[in-house]
Ligand binder design. Structure first.
Ligand code: SF4
Length: 329
């Protein structure tokens, strides 16, 4: 099946007062129609910048310097701003961590969603109202007629996020980018929103790029996962393979850092050191300064992506010399 979104060797940098920041350095992944793909990693690994690059809404002095973003067969990096407009919002929608900052506080949520429906779908006022109520039901908002007349500040964070998802569906988007959509919500509400995303994938055939720092969220939700470090994927594959047969030391570190009831009374584990600031390109493997298994070769030569041991059809891939037959340890 042809991928709906195919990001290939994407590079993004920012010109800052401190110098050029290399935020994304060869990001590569595909999302199939109806698939939920998790992009996971610590803050500063290039996840959110990748999503902004896909929509071509990079802030300030951000530039795509290399690579391709093919959406439905068209390379978005080559489109003019005018050509991007019908894709942004209409075909690719985005929801953020804090829905209250995305909703307009001075209009009722009904007003906001019907404007989108009328703008993108050309519906009459009455048909747009009807469609808005259907969408509020679809995202399991209780009493859609009452919700229609409320203002964002009258809704809880979980309800605001459901409204945001309804807004994304209102435009008929085929790809939803969800950037840390549950991080600002209570744990019980987080589960409900994740369940809703999985349901929408099944019911509506929506493809979802789920950006998160939380591997627990990935385990519950995603079909495939890419683990990003220093602006590129270091391990990728079907979620259960990456989580249960992880090979990259960074994936191992992220999983070890997940809180567990078995660690009661003990300090939480963390990966030593910090994510590179991107102001310079690290020679060799970008993880070598933090890796417990670092070898001499890792310091000066970057490993390529290769099929992980035991991978079926090369679907599980990893970038690490520990799994390269070319390296004599
Ligand atoms: Fe660690 Fe070397 Fe593998 Fe990088 S290539 S993750 S430094 S063992």
């Amino acid at each position: 099946m042809a991928a709906l979104l195919s990001v290939s060797d994407l590079h993004v940098s920012f010109q800052t007062y401190a110098g050029k920041v290399y935020a994304v350095n060869g990001m590569t992944f595909d999302i199939q129609p109806g698939e939920i793909f998790g992009l996971v990693g610590e803050s500063g690994c290039g996840k959110s910048v990748t999503s902004l690059a896909i929509l071509r809404i990079l802030p300030g002095h951000g530039r795509i310097t290399r690579g391709e973003i093919a959406f439905d067969g068209r390379d978005l990096t080559q489109l003019s701003e005018r050509e991007m407009q019908p894709i942004r919002g209409r075909q690719i929608a985005m929801i953020f961590q804090d829905p209250s900052t995305s909703l307009n506080p001075v209009f009722s949520v009904g007003n906001q969603i019907t404007r989108i429906i009328r703008h993108h779908m050309g519906y009459s006022s009455q048909a747009a109202n009807q469609r808005a109520l259907e969408l509020f039901s679809k995202v399991a908002l209780p009493d859609p007629k009452r919700i229609f007349t409320t203002y964002p500040h009258e809704l809880s964070g979980g309800m605001q996020q459901r409204v945001m998802i309804a807004l994304a569906l209102a435009s008929g988007a085929r790809l939803l980018i969800a950037d840390e959509p549950t991080t600002a919500l209570d744990v019980t509400i987080q589960d409900q929103i994740l369940e809703l995303l999985v349901e929408l994938r099944q019911r509506e055939g929506l493809s979802i790029l789920l950006i998160t720092h939380n591997l627990g969220v990935v385990a519950e939700t995603c079909d495939k996962v890419g683990v990003a470090y220093a602006g590129k994927i270091v391990e990728i594959g079907p979620t259960s393979w990456v989580l249960h047969q992880r090979q990259h030391p960074y994936t191992e570190g992220l999983l070890a850092a997940l809180p567990s009831p078995r660690q009661k009374g003990q300090d939480l584990l963390s990966i030593p050191g910090s994510v590179p600031d991107g102001l310079s390109v690290i020679p060799g493997c970008p993880f070598h300064l933090r890796c417990p298994h670092v070898m001499e070769v890792c310091r000066h030569s970057e490993p390529g992506m290769a099929a992980a041991a035991g991978s079926v059809d090369d679907q599980h891939r990893v970038s690490c010399y520990l799994y390269s037959s070319e390296v004599v340890r």
